[in-house]
Design a protein around this ligand. Structure first.
Ligand SMILES: [Ca+2]
Ligand SMILES: [Ca+2]
Ligand SMILES: [Ca+2]
Length: 262
């Protein structure tokens, strides 16, 4: 009898442990998949005519593109300076336009592939496959210096550990910047800077379709780094299309969902 009751107890505890493990597993699966479902989405409309990549967002097509407001990367709270992004596409290019309100835009780095993330910059991360492990990263400064990288990311289970291949360059990428003020020197009184970019679909090698099909979804995120004063980091901010929930841009499981509409 005694042995039986010990066995029964053991079985009961084993069963309880199994149930807890199963519930934990299901809960983890649910929270992981729900994080990808909760990200913001955006519908990319076709451009009606030519987009001139000069940094001026004055083509009539841009007026019909939805304006998405960037918020603080970690928290999703509002940022103190208006920061927005718009997208368009045609058969050849994906077009991106940023607006950055900025009382003092500045930049020192002038060479292609310089480490721009230490200064003021807008950034585009593109993951056409939606597998959350590889993506293209582009950065453009107020003086139109560009760095592009191909990123390999270990994923959410490995806390987004990543490495970047800077020697990868996208052929045919175009960018233009317009500054209402002076984008070079710090301490000058400026109003805003705007950026236009064109990404040739043919060079986005990991995309299933080039150009994308009607209704196709790509994971992407769009960021801005504002550095109030280069010597005083207190008024820096980091803004994102979809907040990443942590102080890092390299969070592909939190990239937004972008739908191409014909
Ligand atoms: Ca333009
Ligand atoms: Ca600034
Ligand atoms: Ca590069």
């Amino acid at each position: 009898m005694y042995t039986h009751s010990i066995l029964r107890n053991l079985m009961f505890h084993l069963l309880k442990a199994c149930v807890f493990m199963l519930v934990g597993f299901i809960f983890n699966m649910t929270t992981e998949s729900s994080s990808a479902q909760d990200v913001k989405s955006y519908t990319i409309k076709r451009s009606a005519g030519q987009i001139t990549i000069d940094g001026k967002i004055d083509e009539s097509s841009w007026k019909n593109a939805a304006e998405a407001i960037l918020t603080e990367t970690n928290s999703g709270n509002a940022v103190p300076l208006k920061s927005t992004v718009k997208l368009l596409w045609d058969d050849e290019y994906l077009y991106v336009a940023f607006y950055c309100e900025d009382p003092d835009a500045w930049a020192t780095l002038e060479n292609f592939d310089d480490p721009l993330w230490g200064e003021e910059v807008v950034e585009v991360f593109i993951d056409p496959e939606d597998k959350e492990h590889t993506y293209y990263e582009f950065e453009v400064s107020p003086i139109n210096t560009v760095v592009d990288l191909f990123i390999l990311n270990a994923g959410q289970a490995n806390k987004g550990r990543f490495t970047g291949w800077k020697d990868w360059n996208m052929k045919g990428f175009k960018s233009g910047v317009y500054v209402e003020g002076d984008g070079k020197n710090e301490g000058t009184k400026d109003s805003y800077w705007t950026v236009e970019m064109a990404f040739p679909f043919n060079e986005i090698w990991t995309a299933a379709n080039r150009p994308p099909k009607d209704g196709e979804m790509w994971r992407m995120n769009f960021y801005r780094i504002e550095r109030g004063k280069s010597k005083d980091k207190n008024d820096d901010f980091y803004a994102a299309f979809n907040p990443t929930g942590r102080p890092s841009f390299h969070t592909p499981w939190q990239f937004g969902k972008f739908y191409f509409q014909k």
